[in-house]
Ligand binder design. Structure first.
Ligand SMILES: NC(=O)C1=CN([C@@H]2O[C@H](COP(=O)(O)OP(=O)(O)OC[C@H]3O[C@@H](n4cnc5c(N)ncnc54)[C@H](OP(=O)(O)O)[C@@H]3O)[C@@H](O)[C@H]2O)C=CC1
Ligand SMILES: C[C@H]1O[C@H](OP(=O)(O)OP(=O)(O)OC[C@H]2O[C@@H](n3cnc4c(=O)[nH]c(N)nc43)[C@H](O)[C@@H]2O)[C@@H](O)[C@@H](O)C1=O
Length: 323
């Protein structure tokens, strides 16, 4: 197995890079970033072309493509409602995808480095704030997304195990809540930001007087624009080869009430917000400690307000007729 030269990644513009999940929120941003930096030998497969839950298909794909780098952003993803409603899918599909991809990438022999993406929901419900990487597995998880979190924790541990046993250069990044172009704007299954953007937009168009927002409005969340995340992922590929996972966030948090007011204003909805207390709040607070990544030399650039304006523009131009 070739060893990883930290400086080399950004000079290897012809390296074969497999972006798993390239049509999703994160994968599409990573693809844009790679192309903008001059990387041109990308390997891409849609879900229909390669179902990553099928072990033998994944093994054949790696044996024939032999990528040098793998960025693993294919996953079963959704907001608080989807996580609570489809726990079997969230645990099984994510375990299958990540196990198949990580193992096949290692065994095909060509992959110099793989980055696995987890999520800030791996941390305990009542973790110390801001949450350091060392808070992993220190107390119970948030019940609304524990199935997804357990799969993601297994992914981190699998990467560590392959690094320890085989000396393979495999790392994990834990992004906070993300948003941006190519997000999922589904009314029930999406995350809060695209879900509310769509609801406020549809209320504005239909001249509705009220919009219902889930929960109490008091939970705190940290949002990161997906273009910042893509930049951080490539930064880590070029600059990090440690055993421990790395938090990736903006360092800024807002309450869901503040977020809702901001989206309302960006969309231009004039009516009232009605809070639905029958819907779960989820984790009360989820601000990550991003000092490890800051010490390596990376920080977020896109403010939440600018990111919201850009995302709403993208929504109007590309996704407004989505079902
Ligand atoms: N969105 C967020 O707020 C956060 C996301 N993350 C993590 O970032 C990563 C990317 O998430 P995100 O971009 O939001 O997710 P999306 O749902 O936007 O994209 C997921 C991608 O995975 C692909 N995919 C899903 N199942 C399969 C399968 N069985 N076989 C092949 N491909 C499959 C989809 O392919 P296709 O398009 O062809 O259907 C899609 O391109 C995930 O690991 C997620 O856990 C972490 C923190 C927050
Ligand atoms: C990224 C992270 O995302 C998920 O965790 P979450 O942060 O709780 O995700 P969320 O965006 O769905 O909700 C954030 C908050 O917002 C409130 N909320 C209000 N109104 C709407 C609403 O309309 N839709 C949604 N989804 N939430 C709403 C909602 O009640 C909650 O208090 C994990 O499942 C897991 O997938 C994960 O890793």
């Amino acid at each position: 197995m070739a060893s990883f030269d930290k400086a080399a990644f950004f000079n290897e513009k012809s390296a074969k890079i497999y972006v798993a999940g390239h049509r999703g929120l994160v994968g599409s941003a990573i693809q844009r970033k790679l192309l903008s930096l001059g990387f041109h030998n990308l390997v891409l497969r849609t879900h229909d072309e390669l179902d990553l839950t099928r072990q033998s298909d994944v093994e054949s794909f790696f044996r024939s493509e032999l990528p040098s780098y793998v960025i693993l952003c294919a996953a079963k993803v959704g907001g608080i409602h989807a996580n609570s409603t489809y726990p079997a899918d969230f645990i099984a599909v994510n375990l299958q995808i990540q196990t198949n991809v990580i193992d096949a990438a290692y065994r095909c022999g060509s992959t110099k480095k793989l980055i696995f993406l987890g999520s800030s929901c791996i941390y305990p419900k009542h973790a110390p704030q801001p949450i350091p990487e060392s808070a992993l597995l220190t107390s119970p998880l948030e019940p609304t997304n524990e199935w997804y979190a357990i799969a993601k924790i297994s992914g981190i541990k699998m990467c560590q195990a392959y690094k320890i046993q085989y000396g393979w250069d495999v790392i994990s990044a834990m992004p906070t809540n993300l948003y941006g172009p190519f997000d999922n704007f589904h009314p029930q299954n999406s995350h809060v930001l695209p879900g509310l953007m769509r609801r406020f937009h549809e209320a504005k168009i239909s001249d509705a007087k009220e919009v219902v927002v889930w929960g109490s409005g008091s939970p705190l969340r940290e949002f990161l624009h997906v273009d910042d995340l893509a930049d951080a992922v490539l930064f880590l590929l070029g600059n990090y080869d440690g055993l421990e996972h790395v938090n990736v966030g903006s360092g800024k948090e807002v309450t869901i009430k503040e977020l809702a007011e901001m989206i309302k204003e960006v969309v231009g909805f004039q009516g009232k917000l009605i809070w639905d207390p029958t819907k779960p709040d989820g984790t009360p607070r989820k601000l990550m400690d991003n000092s490890k990544l800051a010490k390596l030399g990376w920080e977020a650039k896109i403010s939440l307000r600018d990111g919201l304006v850009g995302t709403y523009k993208w929504y109007l131009e590309n996704a407004v007729n989505q079902q």
